[in-house]
Write a protein that binds this ligand. Structure first.
Ligand SMILES: *[C@@H]1O[C@H](CO)[C@@H](O)[C@H](O)[C@H]1NC(C)=O
Ligand SMILES: *[C@@H]1O[C@H](CO)[C@@H](O)[C@H](O)[C@H]1NC(C)=O
Ligand SMILES: *[C@@H]1O[C@H](CO)[C@@H](O)[C@H](O)[C@H]1NC(C)=O
Ligand SMILES: *[C@@H]1O[C@H](CO)[C@@H](O)[C@H](O)[C@H]1NC(C)=O
Length: 650
């Protein structure tokens, strides 16, 4: 049997732990054959690994491992690509895999055969880190006792202690601290192990870290672990950390306020009683010392928050105790004040509250909140493609339910999407960046969303002034001429039946090809002759529309619209195909031919106007009328027009 064929059997036997089969397969092979077989990499289910790695990682067959190591002296430093919990790990050794999968016996065997305990994967993860992730104290202890370096962090400077703290493995955290792991090491994002434990709400780990003098420092978003816990509704952790020696009055009060505020607008942890309780506790802290009251500095009122001003006294707070709506808004205001309007977490509860309003058909409230969130996110330079799409969805839902959509709201969202697409066009100019792929996807998603919004605008009651403001946004984007990967312009997308339509409410209202959208784009200056990467014009796309009968009007008005706007009717694409060559239905073909005749008629008319010799001959009305009837009748017109044209041109 050829070696390649054999290696598949070897891999399978190893993977299934069939030690006798494996030994039989390798019997009487030469040294070099065995090295090839046991070193060969097999691809399977997104993994690329050698027999040793796969058994160590997945299946932990210690007998096979022993055979490979003791009898065949397989290199323990082989690396492969493996999947763990949905993560793809590149450059993992057998030891990393065994440690991550919790195979203690295999770990022992590998270390006993000289496996490097400090070997790191491509993202700089060690076997110890894998064991900390998995929470196996026995393996962690064994690796540390065999000189694993507990200070090696991954490529984000995230330490073994941090991952164990985040995953909630208290015993591992305690052990690492006893082994002098640094409780104050900082990850790339500025967070410490205390941040991770606080965010995840692991009370015992927080307590342990504090015992080992973990400090209360701010992360890259300006958040202390106390604030992180408050922001994520981890009440017990907040109460514990309030006693931390690094906490002053201001941070205590703000933590209580943030905690209360967060309970008001959180999908999982919503509890309005708790909102009131913690806001009230904060108020008591503020007023504890009558001679030295810690006054609140309130922000100017925001329309999205119903122009509320935050409560400043216990009495004011007491007045809204049973007013859930007021407490919801109070919560949003408090969060924006304490976190800052540019904080990454500030918008989620606003969006959540808006969604609750939308579910209750209170669309006006919803849109006010979402617009506010959108503006905050855009100011903070965040990706807003989901926010923009959400508007297309809610507007569509409103139109579907016959709820009035306000033109200025549509205009605001269009304005934001123009800005987002403009930013996206800069982002995708650097295809070598690591997130270039998602930038491109978001960009294309934004182009579609923009078209949904344009489509929605055509179904919205607009005063003339409002329409012209909307058109101004369309004009701005048309002018930027954003393209998809395939080089499609907005107009291409608007006339293409394969343009995707979001299916959460949006498809109740929007579909492509869309004649009104195409018309609006053309009116706002879209180039009817624009070509995609394959050289297709919008006309090449619309003639492939597959519902020419049931949606004849769309097909008809788009072809007419394009032609009237001066589309080149027999432009060839890169395969030398004209729109006529590409049309897939007889109806499209007829429309196109008629249109071409009409445009020839226009050309002829122009030729007539410019051609002096003919001018005199066809001047009489009788004569010209007979020329038109002649043109309308059919083929000979072609020859005639061509002859007129050729004279005009030379
Ligand atoms: C791993 O790192 C530790 C330091 O913590 C060191 O003592 C040990 O020699 C290293 N082992 C290997 C195999 O590099
Ligand atoms: C352990 O790893 C850290 C971080 O990579 C390094 O700074 C340190 O020198 C290592 N310790 C030893 C003893 O090699
Ligand atoms: C909300 O919090 C209060 C007081 O802390 C508690 O008694 C109540 O059970 C909670 N409600 C829900 C729905 O969890
Ligand atoms: C489109 O191309 C045709 C043929 O080249 C040209 O006559 C026409 O003016 C162009 N239309 C526009 C709007 O540029």
């Amino acid at each position: 049997m050829a070696l390649e064929g054999l290696s598949a059997y070897v891999y399978k036997a190893a993977a299934e732990g069939r030690v006798l089969t494996l030994a039989a397969l390798l019997l009487n092979r030469t040294e070099s054959e065995i090295r090839t077989l046991l070193g060969s990499v097999t691809q399977h289910g997104g993994q690329r690994s050698t027999p040793l790695i796969i058994i160590a990682a997945r299946n932990g067959h210690s007998k096979v491992v022993r055979l490979l190591l003791e009898h065949y002296r397989v290199d323990t430093q082989q690396t492969g690509t493996v999947r763990f919990d949905g993560y793809v790990i590149d450059g993992a050794t057998a030891l990393w895999c065994a440690a991550g999968a919790g195979h203690y016996e295999v770990v022992k065997l590998l270390v006993g055969h000289g496996a490097n305990v400090n070997h790191t994967t491509v993202t700089n993860s060690t076997p110890l880190r894998a064991a900390c992730f998995d929470g196996r104290l026995d393996i962690v202890r064994f690796l540390v006792e065999n000189h694993a370096n507990i200070s090696i962090a991954n490529k984000y400077d995230n330490t073994c202690l941090m991952i164990a703290a985040y995953k909630g493995h208290t015993d591992v955290v305690r052990y690492l601290l006893e082994q002098n792991a640094d409780p104050n090491a900082r990850a790339h994002c500025g967070a410490t192990a205390l941040h991770f434990a606080a965010e995840a709400g692991h009370l015992d780990i927080v307590r342990e870290l504090v015992k080992w003098k973990a400090a209360m420092v701010v992360n890259g978003h300006g958040m202390t672990p106390l604030k992180v816990a408050a922001e994520s509704c981890k009440a017990e952790v907040v109460e514990l950390l309030l006693a931390h020696s690094d906490c002053d009055l201001k941070s205590r009060v703000e933590a209580l306020e943030l905690l209360g505020a967060s309970f008001a607008n959180d999908r999982e942890n919503y509890n309005i009683t708790k909102t009131y309780q913690y806001l009230y506790l904060a108020m008591l802290e503020r007023f504890r010392d009558p001679d030295n009251i810690f006054h609140k500095e309130v922000l100017p009122p925001v329309p999205a928050y119903s122009m509320r001003t935050e409560c400043r006294t216990p009495r004011e707070l007491d007045a809204i105790r049973h007013d859930a709506d007021a407490l919801h808004m109070e919560g949003l205001i408090v969060r924006e004040r304490i976190l800052g309007s540019d904080n990454i977490d500030v918008s989620h509860p606003i969006i959540y509250r808006g969604a609750v309003y939308a579910d209750n058909m209170e669309f006006e409230q919803c849109i006010k909140l979402w617009l506010h969130a959108l503006q905050l996110r855009q100011k903070g330079n965040r990706n807003t493609h989901k926010d923009l799409l959400r508007f297309a969805q809610v507007f569509s839902q409103m139109i579907h339910l016959n709820e009035p959509v306000k033109a200025p709201d549509v205009e605001s969202v269009l304005r934001c999407s123009v800005l987002e697409i403009e930013r996206g066009m800069t982002r995708i100019q650097h295809p070598q960046e690591p997130d270039a792929h998602s930038a491109l996807e978001n960009h294309e998603c934004n182009l579609c969303t923009f078209l949904y919004l344009v489509c929605i605008s055509t179904k919205t009651q607009c005063a003339e002034e409002e329409q012209s403001r909307i058109n101004k946004q369309i004009y701005r984007l048309v002018h930027l001429d954003p393209r998809t990967r395939e080089g499609n312009s907005l107009l291409h997308l608007a006339v293409d039946c394969s343009t995707p339509v979001d299916d959460f409410h949006t498809n109740d209202v929007c579909s492509f090809p869309s004649a009104p959208v195409a018309k609006l784009l053309i009116d706002c200056g879209a180039n009817v002759n624009a070509t995609d990467n394959a050289g297709n014009t919008p006309l090449h796309l619309i003639v492939q529309y597959n519902r020419p009968i049931s949606d004849f009007l769309t097909l008809h008005s788009i072809i007419i619209g394009l032609a009237e706007a001066g589309a080149h009717t027999d432009m060839t694409n890169k395969e030398k195909k004209t729109p006529l060559d590409r049309s897939t239905t007889g109806v499209a073909e007829i429309l196109l031919k008629t249109q071409m005749k009409l445009s020839l008629k226009c050309l002829a008319a122009r030729a007539v106007r410019f051609h002096k010799k003919l001018n005199t001959r066809i001047r009489s009305p009788k004569h010209s009328r007979s020329l038109w009837s002649f043109i309308n009748r059919g083929d000979p017109l072609f020859i005639m027009c061509m002859s007129i044209l050729s004279r005009v041109h030379y």
